[in-house]
Design a protein around this ligand. Structure first.
Ligand SMILES: Cc1cc2nc3c(=O)[nH]c(=O)nc-3n(C[C@H](O)[C@H](O)[C@H](O)COP(=O)(O)O)c2cc1C
Length: 181
C-alpha cells in the first residue's frame, strides 16, 4: 500500500527539509522512492534519518508544491500531524532515476485522533500531484481532472481544503499564462 505523507529530513548542517511523498508501507519497514535530484534523497543518504508525518492538513501538501514550505516543526515533527514515525535508512536499491530507500520504523507516536475520510482532502492531494506534473501532462488532461476533482471539493471542503485548492489553481493558471505566450 502507498500512503501520502510529509517526509521531513535534515542535512548534517541541521537544515530541515519537508516534502510530500507517497511511501510504500510494509509490516516493519517503509520504502521511500524519491526522483533524482532530491533534497530528501541527499539528506537521507547523509544522516540516515527521516520522520514520516501523517497529516490531514492538506495545505501542507499543496503548500510544498506552491512554494509554501514554512510550516511549524518541532525538530523534524510537523506541528499538527495526527501521528508520526521516526525511520532509519537501512539499505538503498540504486536506480538512475528513482532509487528505493528502505527504512526501518524506529517508533510511531499518536498526537490526535483520525476523524474520518474527507473527499475534498482527496481532491487536493490529487490536484497537488497534477501540479507536480504540469510540465509532463497535456493541459486538457489537467483541466478535465480538475473539473472532476472539484465535485468532491465543492461538496465537502472546509477552510483548509479551500485555501489549499486556491493555491493550486493559482499555480495552474500561472503555468497556463506563461506557456501560452
Ligand atoms: C501527494 C504527493 C506525493 C508525492 N510523492 C513523491 C514521491 O514518491 N517521490 C518523489 O520524488 N516526489 C513525490 N512528490 C513530489 C515531491 O513532493 C516534490 O517534487 C518534492 O519537491 C520532492 O523533491 P525534494 O526531495 O527535493 O523536495 C509527491 C508530491 C505529492 C503532492
Amino acid at each position: 500500500m502507498i500512503n501520502e505523507v510529509i517526509v521531513t529530513t535534515q542535512n548534517t548542517a541541521g537544515v530541515v527539509h519537508l516534502a510530500p511523498m507517497g511511501v510504500h508501507i510494509f509490516d516493519d519497514e517503509i520504502h521511500i522512492l524519491p526522483f533524482k535530484p532530491s533534497t530528501t534523497l541527499a539528506n537521507l543518504l547523509e544522516t540516515k534519518k527521516a520522520v514520516l508525518n501523517y497529516c490531514d492538513d492538506v495545505r501542507v501538501f499543496a503548500g510544498c508544491l506552491t512554494g509554501r514550505r514554512d510550516w511549524i516543526l518541532n525538530g523534524l515533527i510537523l506541528d499538527g500531524a495526527l501521528a508520526h514515525s521516526e525511520v532509519e535508512l537501512v539499505r538503498v536499491e540504486e536506480d538512475d532515476t528513482r532509487p528505493t530507500l528502505i527504512c526501518k520504523i524506529l517508533n510511531t507516536v499518536n498526537h490526535a485522533p483520525f476523524m474520518g475520510f474527507n473527499r475534498a482532502q482527496y481532491s487536493v492531494l490529487e490536484a497537488s500531484i497534477l501540479v507536480s506534473r504540469l510540465h509532463m501532462l497535456p493541459i486538457e488532461k489537467i483541466d478535465s481532472e480538475i473539473t472532476y476533482l472539484k465535485i468532491g471539493l465543492d461538496k465537502t471542503a472546509g477552510e483548509r481544503e479551500l485555501e489549499a485548492w486556491n493555491w493550486l489553481m493559482e499555480k495552474i493558471e500561472t503555468f497556463k499564462a506563461e506557456n501560452s505566450k
